[in-house]
Design a protein around this ligand. Structure first.
Ligand code: BJW
Length: 248
């Protein structure tokens, strides 16, 4: 089926659906200039996750881990949400039921105006005290040094979910509930290899949801999605989520 027809079909499902769940990954922010993890230019091509994104790495060298996160904060702070982020925020603002789940830590969905975003892997602009769990915003910068807990004075870590760590329980529960109850489940810009997030599209499909995938390459989700759209997030989402303009 030509891509325009796929977009038309997917858009009809979205327009008619009572409940829509969207899962986004790094690809949704790629056109903002935020690097993905696994592509040719991805972060994991230049940095080993074992050295930077595990609790063991942090225990070994907290200064190095913070240096990497400070660099990423600066990088993201210099970028803006793109048309994909805005299309999702605009859809929800029209009063449509949309649960937005993201694996991203860049905060761009919120900056575009989305509310109640389910952040599965944390947020780059928050620190968490390893001792008492106190959270602190890092949104204002400056992006230097290791933050200190305002409550107990201990060093704080990035509020990010690293490999081998559990995801925040409330976010995970909301995500699975939204996958189970979706009529339409849209998967955007994720390689769908990191669990448990990667299992959400399968959960939705097994409960009868129509699964739509938007990506520039095939992923494990492509094998069972009902509609696979080969295209970029910033080009495709405004077409899928606008009701009265941008007809393909
Ligand atoms: C575009 C585009 C454009 C580009 N438009 N598209 C073996 C089997 C199964 C599971 C495991 C296993 N061994 C270990 C595990 C568990 C592990 C896991 O899943 N590992 C797999 C890699 C094998 N998971 C965990 O450890 C999780 N916790 C957990 O399971 O807890 C239970 C447990 C506890 C104790 C022991 C064992 C289990 C935690 C996972 C945390 C992931 N954290 C990261 C890093 C955060 C650090 C940081 O950001 O600094 O989160 S990893 C990284 O991957 C990041 C992302 O959120 C995540 C997903 O990546 P994403 O978003 O899919 O990005 P990419 O780069 O992979 O893909 C981009 C996509 O976009 C591509 O498809 C492009 O084509 C596309 N694209 N441009 C549209 N313009």
């Amino acid at each position: 089926m030509p891509v325009n027809e796929r977009i038309r079909t997917a858009r009809e499902w979205i327009v008619r659906a009572g409940s829509i769940t969207v899962l986004t990954g790094a690809g949704v922010s790629a056109e903002s200039g935020v690097p993905t993890f696994r592509g040719a230019e991805g972060l994991w091509k230049k940095h080993r996750p074992e050295d930077l994104a595990t609790p063991e790495a942090y225990a070994r060298n907290r200064a190095l881990v913070w240096e990497w996160y400070r660099w990423r904060q600066e990088l993201v702070a210099a970028t803006e949400p793109n048309a994909a982020h805005y299309a999702l925020a605009a859809h929800a603002s029209r009063g449509r039921s949309l649960t937005l789940i993201t694996q991203n830590v860049d905060g761009h969905h919120e900056r575009a105006g989305s509310r109640d975003v389910v952040e599965l892997h944390g947020n780059l602009f928050r620190a968490r005290c390893s001792s008492d769990g106190t959270l602190a915003s890092l949104a204002e910068g400056p992006f230097t040094g290791i933050p200190v807990c305002p409550a107990c004075g201990d060093a704080m870590r990035p509020d990010i979910v690293w490999f081998g760590e559990s995801l925040p329980g409330d976010a995970l529960q909301r995500a699975f509930l939204a996958a189970e109850n979706a009529e339409v489940f849209v998967v955007v810009g994720t390689s769908a290899v990191v669990h448990p997030a990667a299992s959400l599209p399968g959960v939705a499909a097994s409960r009868g949801a129509k699964v739509i995938e938007v990506n520039i390459e095939e992923t494990p989700v492509s094998e069972f999605a009902h509609c696979v759209i080969s295209g970029t997030a910033a080009e495709t989402l405004p077409l899928l989520f606008s009701h009265d303009e941008g007809s393909p």
